[in-house]
Design a protein around this ligand. Structure first.
Ligand SMILES: Cc1cc2nc3c(=O)[nH]c(=O)nc-3n(C[C@H](O)[C@H](O)[C@H](O)COP(=O)(O)OP(=O)(O)OC[C@H]3O[C@@H](n4cnc5c(N)ncnc54)[C@H](O)[C@@H]3O)c2cc1C
Length: 403
């Protein structure tokens, strides 16, 4: 482990400054980044830097630490992942947020359900940053109740023709490959059994991507229109009719990675809050100090919680990812609330003071984390029913069952 740590130190130290060396109040760009509240006017530049960093990590065997060696992973375990997270948080590395959907949502489904060819083609490409992935699950009328989705794929010679609309698709405007869930059986009695997963080439004719501007001012997610799009047979991921199981691998991994700090998002906010507290004289206030320390403790817990699920039974592991997600997003909100309490009106009025108004986008964006990847209410339902064994919530009687 000591040797592994020094390898990571050597790799990062040769390329990036230490975080605290670049951290001065009033110096440089004061924008803040976070999972759902990106604050950058240079999206293409961010992605270029992220892909270059990812490529270097991949070539050094440090990109996909737990992945199988045959697909470009390092075949290491939770301890190395933990060690990497500890070392990387000391460095000012590029923000790899734009690559995470491909790595944390699409890749696990490909690994679990992909053909040998799909694995060999996609896994190294997603983990080296060569390909950017997106998740095409949600629709205007299908979010929490995902199995009610209406995008339809009908079988044709050599493949499928897809029609429908997806929405809230993060990074779809930058993605090369989309993990697309569509209905292949119209039988209303088998809502989840009639779904199939496809790996969609986002350049296919008939795919139209329109970014949606969010109240943060940025446009990181999109509407995706699918108009008679041809998808070849070899792009089916898993079994025809088996899309629900594939989707669950992706969703479970998405939740499990909510507190992931490969881009140092939370710790950077924590740093900036410390600077802010020092600048405005809050750093001596016991309440501020207590809440900042609480944020740090939550950051550390966030790092170890997913690993603690690795030895759990499948039922607990699936429900446990909901716990990871709830814990991580709650930590985000607590931190932003502290910034709000320190800044007060300075957070909503752009006075030109360094590092104050920048928090407004974080405040506007942080609540999206309660929705993305399955809402807080849905995570609590999952925990209640699967982990605690409480009675299932009453399900509404559907129209088609009434008849
Ligand atoms: C920042 C962000 C990024 C996203 N990225 C993607 C992406 O890349 N790909 C993708 O496919 N989707 C993405 N989504 C969509 C996300 O998965 C959905 O928004 C989410 O699943 C909720 O669905 P909905 O918006 O349709 O809300 P609804 O399902 O309509 O829910 C509305 C409200 O009702 C509550 N509710 C619904 N059902 C229940 C229930 N059974 N019990 C209790 N309360 C309930 C919900 O908690 C919520 O408060 C993203 C969303 C956000 C905010």
């Amino acid at each position: 482990m000591a040797e592994f740590r020094s390898r990571v130190e050597a790799f990062l130290g040769a390329r990036y400054p230490r975080r605290h060396e670049t951290l001065r109040h009033g110096q440089g760009d004061d924008s803040l980044v976070g999972a759902a509240f990106r604050d950058s006017d240079d999206e293409a530049g961010d992605l270029r830097r992220a892909r270059a960093y990812q490529r270097e990590l991949f070539d050094a065997g440090l990109a996909w630490l737990s992945g199988p060696v045959e697909y470009g992973g390092a075949g290491l375990g939770a301890a190395e992942r933990q060690a990497f997270a500890e070392v990387v948080r000391r460095y000012d590395v590029p923000d790899v947020n734009g690559l995470l959907v491909g790595q944390q949502i699409v890749a696990p489904a490909v690994l679990a359900h992909g053909s040998a060819d799909q694995r060999a083609r996609l896994l190294p490409a997603l983990w080296s940053g060569e390909l950017v992935g997106c998740q095409l699950f949600s629709e205007p009328d299908a979010g929490s109740d995902l199995a009610s989705l209406r995008t339809r794929a009908r079988q044709v010679d050599g493949g499928w023709r897809v029609d429908g609309q997806k929405v809230w698709s993060s990074g779809a405007h930058l993605a090369h490959v989309g993990e697309l869930l569509a209905r292949t059986s119209p039988d209303p009695a088998s809502r989840s059994r009639g779904l199939t997963m496809f790996l969609l080439d986002m350049e296919s004719p008939g795919v139209t991507v329109r970014p949606l501007r969010q109240m943060t001012g940025t446009a990181h997610f999109c509407e995706v229109f699918l108009d008679d799009v041809f998808v070849p047979d070899d792009a089916v991921l898993g079994e025809v009719g088996g899309g629900w199981a594939v989707a669950n691998v992706s969703l479970s991994s998405e939740r499990d990675n909510f507190g992931d700090e490969s881009a140092n998002l939370f710790i950077r906010l924590l740093d900036r809050l410390l600077l802010l507290g020092q600048e405005v004289g809050a750093a001596e206030d016991p309440d501020f100090r207590d809440r900042l320390a609480d944020g740090y403790v939550r950051h550390v817990v966030n790092q170890v919680l997913p690993a603690s699920l690795e030895t759990a039974t499948p039922e607990v592991a699936t429900a446990g990812t909901s716990l990871v997600k709830l814990f991580a997003t709650d930590a985000d909100r607590r931190l932003v609330q502290l910034a709000l309490d320190v800044l007060g009106p300075a957070l909503v009025a752009d006075t030109g003071a360094w590092g104050t108004y920048a928090w407004s986008r974080v405040l506007l964006g942080v609540h999206a984390t309660r929705i993305a990847g399955g809402t807080d209410e849905i995570q609590r339902n999952i925990l209640a029913e699967r982990a605690l064994g409480l009675p299932r919530e009453p399900r509404p009687v559907r129209e088609d069952r009434r008849r």
